[in-house]
Design a protein around this ligand. Structure first.
Ligand SMILES: Cc1cc2nc3c(=O)[nH]c(=O)nc-3n(C[C@H](O)[C@H](O)[C@H](O)COP(=O)(O)OP(=O)(O)OC[C@H]3O[C@@H](n4cnc5c(N)ncnc54)[C@H](O)[C@@H]3O)c2cc1C
Length: 551
């Protein structure tokens, strides 16, 4: 990065931090604070929503309450793609430190076979009733395109059908090009008849190819960079009607280190469950803030915290609320329907010096249909139009912790999990495919990839021709599987009769002035990474909110 640019970065950070500090200095908490919209959480969804609402509804004020620190405090950890492992696993301002509970499972080897569900994706969202049509693939694609700013140079007619070029979210191919060994992964996959795919976000998902990243000139483009920064630029002063009237500032006001505790309900109309504000914790004090008439409280707290805020506010499953002595306001299956893409990886050692620079993360992707009996997928599986496994290949550069090796990591994730035994078989199938890929030239020849880290601890390498029974694989998978961090679904969008918590307009059933807009509303998990779908949901929600506000 040029010195000039980093100076500009520092200035932006300082301005932002000052803005946050000044806000707290000047705000008089004894006066009743009122905003048109209160957005809880400045993650993927909250940033998009704040930007879209401030630009599309005249003269409104928005308060965004975020528990974490400003993005600027991360000192490049977030904006530099190659520091992702540190940013992801460091438990501090950036990380809530949630862990999954241990799952006790019986052995699943040789069960009765289960059917694999087909990924119909967004059309499944839309199939829940006529009013849900607004969530079908055609409608969602329109939004994905409106948000995207794809910089791919060689974009033909087909690419243009699926991508946008004028949005705020920058998308690009690997900025410095992929590493040589990663081209080797593509060639190895091609040797096994896996077709090349130059656009996984296009017509078909199956095949081998390179990832595109949400980044601009090699720097990560988060939704803070693309949407929230733009929202902060929109500040308007509207004079009051009387000459001594102060008038109204239409702007987005962000407060960091602000933990929202619960929803404030209208005491006058108890039966209607009208949200009128939120209570939050800042700097050792509990404070309250309210919404203006026609305003709304919008929870964008993510898949774990949006349901938590709902439950603490009396909206949730009866047994959970009663067990925690919370008065029930509305009984709804909040917190149910948690979904994720389970993953499990193998590492393969390569010649020292084969990885020459820090990587942005997963550079190569192989998407295929897995075999339900746990066998190595065949050509037919590679051409199947309904693939269900996504293997991400990442180069890792000599960390001394792992014997000072250069290595590549192959990480299969189940994109269409069914939470039944065939998940285990499909994972075995995909891991076996990874081993076959490693055996292929040029990986086995040019890069001398012969050993894999399949033993209990990384660092204990064994040759890739060791025999592994399905029982061995089961042990390995049960021991080593982890979440892809694509959790979603805990505030399901569906009719109430079908286990929904929010309706097709993302309003919480049986309440007023209250929506949930984030990854928790996904009724079914998308068969791919979840950041862009969450941003899409928020953009679409903004149009629904605007329609209702302008009515
Ligand atoms: C380590 C990791 C790596 C990932 N990598 C990828 C990837 O490469 N590609 C991809 O597509 N997806 C990826 N994802 C998934 C993606 O980040 C999520 O799907 C997406 O961020 C979900 O957006 P959201 O708005 O629902 O929630 P979040 O982005 O989690 O936003 C919720 C926000 O609300 C705030 N909040 C919560 N509770 C409160 C409260 N009580 N008061 C105030 N604020 C609150 C949180 O601090 C947070 O900022 C990754 C996720 C993780 C965790």
């Amino acid at each position: 990065m040029s010195q000039e640019k980093s100076q500009e970065e520092v200035e932006i950070r300082e301005l932002w931090i000052k803005k946050i500090c000044d806000n707290h200095k000047h705000t008089k908490f004894e006066t009743k604070e009122i905003y048109d919209f209160i957005i809880v959480g400045a993650g993927t969804a909250g940033c998009v929503l704040a930007r879209e609402l401030i630009y599309c509804i005249p003269k409104i004020s928005i308060l965004v309450l975020e528990a974490g620190g400003p993005d600027a405090h991360s000192n490049g950890l977030i904006s530099l793609p190659c520091t992702w492992p540190t940013a992801a696993f460091l438990v501090d301002d950036h990380n809530w430190g949630y862990v999954t509970e241990e799952q006790k499972m019986q052995s699943h080897i040789n069960p009765t076979k289960e059917m694999i569900k087909k990924a119909k994706e967004y059309n499944n969202w839309a199939a829940q009733g006529p009013e849900y049509k607004i969530w079908d693939w055609d409608h969602c694609l329109e939004v994905f395109k409106a948000m995207e700013n794809n910089s791919r140079k060689k974009s033909d007619k087909n690419f243009k059908k699926f991508h946008g070029f004028n949005g705020l979210l920058h998308v690009e191919d690997c900025h410095d090009g992929i590493q040589d060994i990663m081209s080797g992964v593509i060639d190895a996959a091609k040797n096994l008849d896996i077709p090349y795919n130059e656009d996984f976000n296009g017509e078909r998902q199956n095949g081998v190819g390179t990832y595109q990243f949400t980044s601009k000139e090699g720097k990560r483009c988060s939704l803070v960079d693309s949407y929230l920064r733009d929202a902060l630029k929109k500040v308007e002063l509207h004079p009051g009607l009387e000459s001594n009237d102060i008038g109204k500032v239409a702007a987005v006001d962000i407060r960091s280190y602000t933990h929202v505790l619960d929803i404030i309900w209208d005491k006058e109309n108890k039966k209607e469950n009208i949200a009128i504000g939120v209570r939050y914790f800042y700097n050792g004090i509990i404070r309250e803030v309210f919404v203006a008439p026609k305003g709304e409280v919008i929870l964008c707290g993510g898949v774990f915290n949006s349901p938590q805020i709902l439950m603490i506010s009396g909206v949730g499953p009866k047994e959970n609320l009663e067990a925690n002595n919370i008065k029930i306001r509305r009984e709804l299956p909040v917190g149910r329907n948690l979904m994720d893409h389970p993953s499990c990886s193998i590492s393969a050692k390569s010649t020292k010096g084969s990885i020459h620079h820090l990587s942005s993360g997963g550079e190569i992707v192989i998407i295929h249909k897995a075999n339900v009996e746990g066998k190595i997928p065949c050509k037919e599986n590679f051409f199947d139009e309904n693939p269900d496994c996504q293997i991400t290949a990442t180069p890792f550069c000599s960390p001394s912790k792992y014997n000072n090796t250069d290595r590549i990591n192959l990480l299969p994730a189940l994109n269409v999990p069914s939470s039944v035994a065939d998940d285990l078989y499909r994972m075995i199938s995909s891991l076996k495919l990874c081993r076959e890929i490693i055996k292929q030239p040029p990986l086995s020849t040019v890069y001398n990839v012969k050993e894999i880290g399949i033993n209990d601890e990384f660092g204990k390498w064994c040759t890739n021709d060791i025999d592994m029974s399905d029982e061995d694989w089961e042990k390995y998978i049960l021991n080593k599987s982890f979440s892809s961090s694509h959790a979603c679904g805990t505030v399901k969008m569906a009719p109430e009769s079908k286990g929904g918590v929010v309706n097709h307009r993302l309003q919480v059933h049986g309440t007023k002035n209250l929506r949930v807009v984030d990854a928790s509303i996904f009724p079914y998990i998308p068969s791919g990474n979840t950041n862009a779908p969450t941003a899409m949901v928020a953009w679409k929600a903004s149009r629904l909110i605007i329609e209702d506000y302008m009515e």
